[in-house]
Design a binder for this molecule. Structure first.
Ligand code: NAP
Length: 283
């Protein structure tokens, strides 16, 4: 028995990608997953005899993406849902983190996701159907010292997703940015890239944040399998939202951020309005 839908998920070796693949396979979806080495490819395809298909792809190897999409479509059939999940967190105070660190963070989290979308979009547009899910983060709404590159990349992906949802609505292609809170994956463990400390001025601010993240890794409140069920509900919904938060921490922190932002906007409203033409007399 096969579910009629095929889902392509980037980064299925662990975490959200792996959990979503497992839950989708259990519900008879065909799942195309990308991994970055042969043992991971073999392990992924072993998850299901007929419905698990793996490709080796680093999402920053942009020139390889078209071949993966066309081979998958020829072999397996039309890809109905693209889940841009591959990503990692760079941790480091901005002054201590190189531009190269930033470039790599944006290459994977932003350019990689956009390159995947651009490869698949002509096919989805031709079919007048599809769903693109970009895994962003609560860090695409809220910020914390020490993860400026990560938050910047996730804010970027939130903005791109929301814009794209407006461009693709006429073609019956949905775009959802899924923003999880803290989940028990490899994100803060083996996957995190940490800049070395070099400026003692930041010790008091940043050392406790780095230490707390290291201590919390593996004990986060979010359950990736529950996130996978939520994402499948999203995939099965006829009118999916443009933004979806996952986890109570994301809910509380994003609500606090929006309330604080709204309050600050109100506080400075007069200055904001003062720049309209003809408003000099109001100053
Ligand atoms: P994870 O367990 O570390 O999984 C990350 C996946 O992305 C792995 O499969 C990894 O492959 C893959 N990947 C990383 N760089 C890649 C690249 N250049 N090309 C292709 N694949 C690449 O962490 P996760 O939490 O599930 O992360 C998935 C997504 O959720 C990320 O976008 C992350 O930013 C986001 N997120 C996570 C949390 C959280 O608390 N866990 C919260 C908000 C958002 P390898 O095994 O080869 O490294």
């Amino acid at each position: 028995m096969s579910n009629p839908k095929t889902i392509l998920i980037t980064g299925v070796s662990s975490g959200f990608g792996r959990a979503l693949a497992q839950v989708a396979l259990a519900r008879h979806y065909r799942v195309v997953g990308t991994v970055r080495n042969t043992p991971a490819k073999i392990a992924f395809e072993a998850l299901h005899a007929n419905n698990a298909f793996a490709y080796e792809l680093d999402v920053t190897h942009f020139a390889d993406i078209d071949a993966v999409i066309s081979d998958a479509e020829a072999r397996i059939g039309p890809i109905d849902v693209l889940v841009n999940n591959a990503g990692y967190g760079h941790e480091g105070v901005m002054e201590e983190s190189s531009l190269e660190d930033m470039r790599r963070q944006f290459d994977v989290n932003v350019f990689g996701a956009v390159a995947m979308i651009k490869a698949l979009l002509p096919l989805m547009r031709q079919r007048r159907r599809g769903h693109i899910i970009n895994i962003t983060s609560m860090g695409g709404f809220i910020t914390l010292p020490g993860i400026s590159y990560y938050c910047g990349s996730k804010f970027a992906l939130e903005g791109i997703s929301e814009t794209l949802s407006k461009e693709l609505a006429p073609f019956n292609i949905h775009v959802t940015a899924v923003a999880p809170g803290s989940f028990r994956t490899d994100w803060a463990g083996r996957s995190m890239v940490r800049s070395a400390r070099s400026i003692p001025d930041y010790d008091a601010l940043f050392d406790p944040i780095r230490q707390a993240r290291e201590e919390k890794s593996g004990k986060q409140s979010g359950d990736p399998i529950k996130a996978a069920h939520a994402m499948l509900a999203l995939i099965e919904n006829q009118s999916p939202p443009t933004h979806l938060l996952l986890g109570s921490d994301a809910l509380n922190l994003v609500r606090q951020k929006l309330a604080a932002l709204s309050q600050e906007i109100d506080q400075w409203e007069n200055v904001t309005r003062s720049t309209d033409s003809g408003s000099l007399s109001d100053l």
